[in-house]
Design a protein around this ligand. Structure first.
Ligand SMILES: Cc1cc2nc3c(=O)[nH]c(=O)nc-3n(C[C@H](O)[C@H](O)[C@H](O)COP(=O)(O)OP(=O)(O)OC[C@H]3O[C@@H](n4cnc5c(N)ncnc54)[C@H](O)[C@@H]3O)c2cc1C
Length: 497
């Protein structure tokens, strides 16, 4: 086992930087420094820091969506797992809402906690690589760091998100899918064991064999029962190279026909699909993005492309190193950061659709989608997954053997490029959600779709009972992760502020 150095190692000792000294349960406000009130309770001593300055609270009231801004009362930078446990016990006792925050790449306030505590997970980022094809990683680590840690040992996580700078805890809370999911399921399907801190502040281990109810409620559980603090993950041998194919299609039907084919025969190690506006203004171009992984002998291109019906002469084929392939979005991200578009509002929409309705539904949506509706730097994703490999009960997907992820990743930039205003795009997201749900689709809950608690019940269907029972058992005060809006906000048992 190898333990990499972490930021945690550089934080100083007990109580360092603990600017908040007390909490007044009557006025429900934090007290700083020498402030004293008879009813105040002292804030626990911590190894890390509890911040209540404007800058820290404002940062925790923002995310990649830049749509919702819920200001917390304080931000915890934990020095260790014990800090999270201590603070969750404190929050439970005083009915203070609390939410873990990974990299803040949710788009609709999911990691925010209005008037509560945001737990910044990034200080907990230790990684240990096992000799047995596993890695144990703290939840605040990014997938890029995990990849860098395991590749020298010849291993890789089987499934990676397209963007590697997301936290392990953040994606395991939602599901985590990518171009290898048709072979390995979601990231949550490759977890062996978890360590969590429950809403009640208990540090517990869980796995399919030990406390399976907690294990199931945490994976894709949207932070409703516990804060995931570390995960032991299954790894697979890493390839050295990737033969990378981009194959263009004129229509959704043509793209999805080939996607059905390649998911069935599994000829590619990696397969996704996207759409982009045709530069000549004649609508949308569709493409299959595929990868064939190998070590020393390059695959036979002709064999891989046999029987596919992409537009002749329009294919792009190249060879990349494995890490460069996985990190292929980095230059685009750097460009969008340089233009500022990365920081524009992102009212994203994502759904899993039954394979049988995908082509007709997506064709209809794309026919009505304009540049104003998605923004100049918006992205469309469309790719198939196998239902049978998606085993986490709380990752809700349609009940057909093949399902498709369809994503309309909008960027709203009213001052540059004439995109529609955010409220209008949110209404469009809701309308699209209603249409997709009527066809048997399920939201992939990482986006910006205004939904109600009743919608969530419908979303979880028979699995709602699993989630609600675990919530009752592990977070009885109901304080965790209110930004998801699944359960009623925690009821405070003291007198009104
Ligand atoms: C550019 C970009 C690319 C993306 N690409 C993909 C992709 O290819 N595949 C894919 O599946 N998704 C993708 N996503 C979506 C992404 O997986 C989710 O939004 C994920 O939740 C973000 O991780 P995060 O660390 O930023 O989490 P945050 O936004 O910080 O948190 C998301 C939710 O998880 C909860 N949470 C965070 N950490 C923990 C924890 N330790 N324990 C319990 N709950 C926790 C939060 O409270 C919140 O409710 C992408 C998002 C972006 C912005």
């Amino acid at each position: 086992m190898r333990l990499l150095p972490t930021r945690r190692d550089f934080l100083s000792g007990v109580g360092a930087g603990a600017l908040v000294t007390g909490f007044d349960p009557v006025t429900r406000s934090w007290l700083a420094g020498q402030q004293a009130r008879p009813q105040a309770v002292p804030v626990p001593r911590l190894k890390g820091r509890l911040l209540f300055g404007k800058a820290a609270r404002s940062a925790a009231a923002d995310d990649f969506g830049h749509i919702v801004r819920h200001l917390p009362w304080a931000v915890l930078e934990p020095g260790d797992v014990g800090d999270i446990a201590v603070m969750l016990r404190f929050c439970s006792q005083h009915r203070i809402p609390a939410a873990p925050r990974g990299q803040g790449h949710a788009t609709y306030g999911q990691a925010q906690a209005l008037g509560g505590l945001v737990i910044e997970m990034s200080p907990l980022d230790a990684i240990s690589v096992g000799a047995d094809g596993t890695a144990t990683v703290q939840a605040g680590a990014r997938w890029s760091s995990l990849l860098r840690a395991v590749l020298p040992h010849g291993w890789t996580p089987p499934v990676l998100t397209d963007y590697l700078e997301l936290s392990v805890g953040g994606t395991l809370s939602v599901g985590g899918i990518g171009g290898t999911s048709p072979h390995y399921g979601a990231q949550v399907d490759n977890v062996l064991e978890l360590e969590v801190v429950t809403g009640a502040g208990r540090v517990l281990a869980c796995s399919p064999a030990s406390r399976p109810d907690l294990f199931q409620a945490v994976l894709s559980g949207l932070g409703q029962c516990a804060v995931l603090v570390s995960a032991t993950l299954r790894l697979v041998p890493a390839p050295a190279h990737v033969r990378h194919f981009i194959l263009y299609y004129p229509t959704v039907d043509a793209l999805t026909a080939d996607q059905w084919l390649v998911q069935a025969d599994g000829r590619f190690s990696f397969a996704e699909g996207e759409a982009e506006l045709n530069p000549d203004g004649t609508g949308w171009l569709y493409y299959l993005e595929a990868g064939a992984y190998y070590d020393s002998v390059p695959p036979d291109d002709q064999k891989l492309l046999a029987g596919l019906h992409f537009e002749p002469g329009k294919q792009q084929i190249s060879t990349l190193g494995y890490f460069a392939f996985l990190d292929r979005l980095a230059p685009d991200v750097a460009y969008l950061q340089s233009t500022g578009e990365w920081y524009d509002p992102h009212p994203w929409w994502n759904m899993f659709l039954p394979g049988s309705v995908t082509s007709s539904f997506v064709s209809g949506v794309m026919a009505g989608l304009t540049e104003a509706g998605i923004g100049a730097s918006g992205v469309i994703l469309l790719y198939p997954l196998r239902r049978g490999l998606l085993r986490a009960p709380l990752l809700r997907v349609p009940d057909e053997p093949v399902i498709f992820l369809f994503s309309v990743l909008r960027t709203a930039a009213p001052d540059s490029g004439g995109a529609l205003p955010v409220p209008e795009l949110l209404r469009a997201n809701r309308a699209l959600f209603d249409q997709g749900r009527a066809l048997g689709g399920y939201e992939y809950p990482i986006g910006s779709i205004p939904v109600t608690q009743a919608d969530w019940r419908q979303h979880f269907g028979p699995e709602f009972a699993l989630l609600a029972a675990a919530r009752h058992r592990y977070d009885p005060a109901g304080i965790l992760t209110p930004g998801q809006g699944i359960f009623p906000p925690a009821r405070w048992h003291g007198s009104a502020p």
